[in-house]
Design a protein around this ligand. Structure first.
Ligand code: GUN
Length: 284
């Protein structure tokens, strides 16, 4: 059996179109959605991500402001900028690209963002709201994964076993909570898990978010499973690959996301969706 591809790029186009319609409706009433993106330092991967986010805003009618600062920026200066953006009525979303230089306390910086403008969904208020099942801004990558499952008709996950490999605050933990909320039985695996394959082979839905190139092999996947690959790893030859051994696993899985062109484009689409939703809430 060869898995069917989940075309994240095509699904992201669909969502971007819907976001553009909502952004246009807001703009018509004089409330164009606005996103501020802050990049500190010169991490090359972050520079690419940030550029893509700003470009996507322009393509969907969202006003964006990119603020770049040298790695030497002090924490007080960064917190002051965030306070100013919190108070700016033209800005509905604030994103501080991670990782931050080591001298900056990332959690303190994130907590400085007004929760209603935290379009990454990383603020403890939004993380807590997700935990207790209240409406909140949800982290973009897990949200994009859920939209992919919905696209496959998997909205009610009762009776399905989801396994998340990775326990980060950005992906693993919120992903597990969203799957749980949708009714799945959820296992979270991580670097301390013994016999990882024993767990992953139970998965009807397998989410790989570990940052290790091709670590999920065909022998770790249940035949027919939905495999969502969050990893974006650069190989020594410069090519990108996921956390899943795509060529091998596609012979076993039922559905699989490619890298690139899978989860990545959905992450950006969900950032746009969160921004337009934050703008709608600010106006209602
Ligand atoms: N670094 C890697 N992924 C992300 C993300 O989704 N948001 C931010 N702000 N930084 C990141």
């Amino acid at each position: 059996m060869t898995a069917q591809l989940i075309d994240g790029a095509a699904l992201a186009r669909h969502w971007r179109q819907r976001v553009a319609e909502r952004a246009a409706a807001l703009a018509q009433r004089g409330h164009r959605p606005g996103l501020a993106v802050i990049l500190v330092g010169d991490n090359p991967a972050s520079q690419v991500y940030v550029r893509n986010k700003v470009k996507a805003c322009g393509e969907t009618g969202i006003h964006s402001v990119l603020e770049t600062y040298p790695a030497s920026l002090g924490e007080d200066a960064l917190l002051a900028r965030i306070a100013a953006l919190n108070a700016d009525p033209a800005i509905h979303g604030i994103l501080v690209q991670l990782p931050l230089p080591a001298h900056l306390n990332a959690q303190r910086v994130i907590e400085a963002i007004a929760p209603q403008k935290d379009v990454d969904g990383f603020h403890v208020a939004n993380a807590g709201a997700l935990l207790v099942g209240q409406p909140a801004l949800r982290p973009c990558t897990p949200l994009g994964c859920m939209k992919m499952l919905e696209h496959l008709g998997r909205t009610d996950l009762r009776g399905q076993h989801a396994v998340v490999v990775g326990r980060s605050n950005i992906v693993g933990k919120p992903m597990a909570l969203l799957l749980l909320q949708a009714g799945a039985t959820v296992t979270i695996c991580h670097s301390g898990t013994a016999d990882l394959a024993r767990h992953t082979r139970q998965a009807d839905i397998l989410v790989a978010a570990v940052g290790k190139p091709r670590m999920i092999g065909a022998d770790m996947v249940k035949p027919g499973a939905v495999v969502l690959d969050v990893g974006i790893n650069r190989l020594p030859d410069g090519k990108l690959c996921g956390d899943v051994d795509f060529d091998a696993v596609r012979e076993v899985a039922g559905w699989i996301t490619p890298v690139p062109g899978g989860v990545g484009p959905m992450t950006i689409a969900m950032l746009l969706l969160n921004t337009v939703e934050a703008a709608e809430r600010a106006r209602s």
